[in-house]
Design a protein around this ligand. Structure first.
Ligand code: ADP
Length: 397
């Protein structure tokens, strides 16, 4: 059974075609600049040169048409016809309180996704557009929605309610939802497997550190708290997002800079985080290089980022009454030994005995604590697409 996994952003689209018989990725690709000048599709197939198509794509439907064409292309494709695609799995950012699990997409689900647009105005619209485009092009193919928020629906009330007038939760859905759920779920299961233990007996803290970053507390296999909130803006400092902040700063900046609330929100989302502090870049590689050359603000951005990850680990260890395992994943968590070491230094009091030699690794599942460490530390590559494909198969079957 072959499953197409689609992840639609506002002007981009990531895809993977996965053969679920042996869980192998047949092709993966990225479409960028959808609806703007310079639209481009890049497809990668193991052992072959990149296949690049540059042609105008006015919307996501054009993009998906081209994805399908690239997959069935005589020389560069990997399947004979579209009929070989048994199902499509869509990453959907926000499922609100309604979805604690993935679902087969039908009319009622589409309506619920529309209802969630208010909660995720930046993320859900492109997801919906992508689903509709796929439905038009492959009307007979079953489709599944896999939500970033679903895994966190197990959080207890005290973790997800904000200390605001309670009716804002009841009337407007103002609460913590959390994101990156698919990734946190995947790496926590992998960690339990690597430890040879049942996840139901473990307290795990997963650190998804990429452009967007979040930390999750997973007790007995379920999410009990996570650092992102009502939107992905809360929690850690990120590439361009501010993370935790005194809310009074918003009105202060509106008054001082004479700008609107929306403009401040845009600054908090796009111009803050390690970009805002360093003034260099949102990419940690650039910041690490700048810091190595003596740029003090770049150094501060890294120190502050690591400090917040450490704070969340401490907080979640307290929330769970201990921790058995800490996991680092995503772009930075998989590829930056420096970040992992900085975060774990000083955590000896929790029972972490970090192994700096084993830590010199990138992009593969590795235990990076000593054999005798009470708390096991791992770096584990995440694989959200495989999780989406697995959920899709489970539902479609
Ligand atoms: P996204 O949230 O966009 O999915 P990723 O999980 O792909 O992000 O992470 C991207 C980030 O990972 C990059 O912005 C970069 O800062 C960081 N990163 C990737 N490779 C390295 C590396 N070798 N060293 C340090 N940071 C890295």
């Amino acid at each position: 059974m072959k499953v197409l996994v689609i992840n639609c952003g506002s002007s981009s689209l990531k895809y993977q075609l996965i053969d679920m018989q042996n869980e192998s990725v047949l092709a993966k690709g990225l479409v960028e600049r959808i609806g703007i000048e310079g639209s481009i599709l890049t497809q990668k197939v193991e052992g072959r040169d990149k296949y690049v198509i540059e042609q105008p794509m006015k919307d996501h439907k054009d993009a998906i048409k081209l994805v399908l064409a690239a997959l069935v292309d005589k020389t560069n494709g990997v399947i004979g016809s579209m009929d070989e695609i048994s199902a499509v799995g869509h990453r959907v950012v926000h499922g609100g309180e309604k979805y604690a699990q993935s679902v087969i997409i039908d009319e009622e689900v589409m309506k619920s996704l529309e209802d969630c647009v208010k909660l995720a105005p930046l993320h859900n619209p492109p997801n919906i557009i992508g689903i509709n485009a796929c439905k038009e092009l492959m009307p007979e193919t079953p489709m599944v929605a896999v939500f970033d928020t679903a895994f966190h629906q197990t959080m207890p009330e005290e973790a997800y309610i904000y200390a605001l007038p309670y009716e804002y939760y009841k009337d407007y859905g103002v609460r913590k939802y959390g994101f990156h759920g698919t990734s946190h779920k995947y790496v926590s299961a992998k960690a339990a497997e690597a430890m040879g233990k049942n996840i139901e007996d473990l307290k795990i803290i997963t650190c998804h550190l990429g452009n967007g970053s979040s930390v999750t507390a997973i007790k007995n296999g379920i999410s009990v708290d996570t650092s992102m909130g009502f939107t992905p803006l809360e929690g850690l400092a990120m590439g361009t997002r501010c993370g935790d902040l005194d809310p009074a700063i918003v009105s202060f900046l509106c008054k001082e800079l004479k700008i609107t609330v929306e403009e401040v929100e845009n600054i908090l989302n796009k111009k803050s985080g390690v970009l805002g502090i360093s003034g260099v870049s949102s990419d940690f590689r650039d910041i690490e290089n700048a810091a190595a050359e003596g740029n003090k603000r770049a150094e501060l951005a890294l120190t502050l980022f690591n400090y917040r990850v450490k704070q969340y680990i401490g907080s979640y260890a307290a929330a769970m009454g201990g921790v058995d395992c800490i996991v680092f994943t995503a772009g930075l968590g998989e590829n930056s030994p420096e970040t992992r070491e900085a975060v774990c230094s000083g955590l000896e009091f929790l029972g972490v005995d970090f192994d700096a030699a084993k830590n010199k690794v990138r992009g593969k599942l590795t235990e990076i604590s000593t054999e005798s460490s009470k708390v096991k530390v791992y770096t584990i590559p995440t694989d959200e697409e495989m999780m989406i494909a697995k959920d899709t198969v489970a539902l479609v079957k």
